[in-house]
Design a binder for this molecule. Structure first.
Ligand code: GDP
Length: 455
């Protein structure tokens, strides 16, 4: 343990007032801190009732449960103390102030506890990301994925891959260093290439499932689009069961993109209400239309809302991919007007799936629509087991590993062991970056700043 390091402390539970507030202390002087403000150090990992006081003020602040986790087998790998206080604002403020007066103590920065855990080898980088995701998980499916990531789903896999790469590299290097050694097996390179081929295949397989994992983090994006006044805002409100968008009878009042986050049977769904996508003279409205088009182009599914009896043309902006699936929703079924005729003017090769008749106002046909959405979300996110990769960072590192392996296996480098060795080394580095084993300084700040103070 680095004795010159600051001892850090923070409120680790939610914002007071609350029934209980948890204050954590980590660092070389954690024991001293506990002795000073709680008067005692409990047995490791056993809760004990203590009186908490400010030594400078010689006054009891609160009665609390104290816990003591000696390093290195603690959350951060350092000595850690925890106080479970009554969660009042003044109690917490007073305890934090008392700790702040101790020499070598300072308030933790966001994510600093987790950063120390990473630096002390308690968590690898993918687990750190899993932890961040677990804290922000809003639905069951997200929680499940984040928890698996925290428990090493990708990290352990990457480390195992790296170990095999090192083994392959050792074989190639042995061949380079001792080409004529009598007691070495005839061919060392062939088994090394076999390892590289297997790894390449496994990494490609993981990459194939990448989309799903990243999507699960971000949610299924459903855009509600269609001409002004068709009832898009009313539909959004009905789906979200709350007043998130302005419902108005005047066309073009939904000027910006309104987003509503939903939990649909455990799956995260983001609903977008796009402003009535249509040409307009009004500059503010034009801006809204522009934003709506850009955001809508990234949607996974579009609910295109139309009014019965009105001739409509569907003009859906093309995104990067093949274009989202479009469900045609005929709203205002309560008006009993004739069906709508449609002209497809979509820029991309969108498929219209369903013509569905509903009334956003009366709720008619809504249950069926919601069931269809749930089924769609479930099939969109399944199979979850493919979700090894949850971030662009993971995908990039694995792509790099796969590409370098590909180069090591290329025909034109056959027999050029120096080059093969170098490519294997690069592939190993890409995997090392994934778990944070090698040169990751630059990305650490980005990852840890995602956390709140006290984590
Ligand atoms: P948007 O411009 O597409 O967002 O449309 P709004 O949601 O603002 O609705 C436009 C008008 O249509 C409002 O007066 C709504 O009350 C009305 N409206 C919406 N849905 C229905 C429906 O199912 N039936 C009837 N009769 N009116 C509706």
């Amino acid at each position: 343990m680095n004795l010159h390091r600051d001892t850090i402390f923070a409120l680790s539970s939610g914002r007071p007032p609350a029934a209980i507030a948890v204050v954590r202390i980590s660092g070389p002087r954690a024991r001293f801190g506990l002795e000073t403000i709680a008067g005692t150090v409990p047995e490791p990992r056993k809760a004990r009732l203590v009186r908490v006081r400010d030594p400078k003020a010689a006054e009891d602040i609160d009665e609390a449960l104290a816990l003591w986790f000696p390093g290195p087998k603690s959350e951060t790998g350092e000595d850690v103390a925890e106080l479970q206080l009554h969660g009042g604002r003044a109690v917490v403020a007073s305890v934090l102030a008392a700790l702040g007066k101790l020499e070598g103590f300072r308030l933790a920065e966001p994510g600093e506890f987790t950063r120390r855990a990473f630096e002390n080898g308690r968590l690898d980088l993918t687990a750190v990301e899993g932890l961040a995701d677990l804290i922000s998980a809003e639905t069951e499916a997200q929680r499940r994925q984040a928890f698996r990531q925290l428990k090493g789903l990708l990290g352990d896999r990457a480390e195992a891959w790296r170990a095999r790469l090192i083994q392959a590299l050792a074989l190639v290097e042995a061949h380079i260093d001792f080409p004529d050694e009598a007691d070495l097996p005839e061919d060392l390179v062939a088994p090394a290439l076999k390892i590289a081929r297997d790894l390449h295949e496994e990494i490609m397989e993981a990459l194939a499932g990448a989309d799903r994992g990243e999507r699960l983090r971000e949610g299924l994006v459903v855009a509600i689009a269609g001409p002004p006044n068709a009832g898009k805002s009313t539909l959004l409100n009905r789906i979200a069961r709350r007043e998130a968008a302005i419902v108005s009878a005047i066309p073009g009042t939904t000027r910006d993109v309104i987003e509503v986050h939903l939990d649909l049977d455990g799956y995260p769904v983001t609903l977008l209400d796009t402003a009535g996508i249509r040409e307009s003279e009004d500059p503010i409205e034009q801006e809204g239309v522009k934003r709506a088009r850009a955001r809508a182009a990234e949607a996974d599914l579009v609910l295109w809302v139309v009014e019965p009896g009105v001739k409509v043309s569907i003009e859906y902006p093309a995104g990067r991919g093949p274009g989202p699936e479009i469900w045609l929703i005929q709203n205002k079924a309560d008006l009993s007007r004739p069906m709508t005729s449609i002209i497809n003017k979509s820029e991309s090769e969108n498929q219209f799936k369903i013509i569905k008749s509903i009334s956003a106002m009366t709720g008619q046909g809504m249950n069926e629509l919601m069931n269809m959405l749930s089924t769609y979300a479930a099939s969109f996110f399944e199979p979850e087991k493919g979700a090894l990769i949850t971030r662009t960072r993971h995908r990039r590192a694995l792509q790099e590993a796969a590409e370098t392996l590909d180069r090591a296996l290329a025909k034109h480098v056959a027999g050029r062991e120096e080059i093969i060795a170098e490519e294997l080394r690069l592939a190993g580095r890409a995997l090392g970056r994934l778990t944070g084993r090698v040169d990751v300084e630059d990305i650490l700040d980005v990852i840890f700043s995602d956390f709140c103070i006290g984590k």
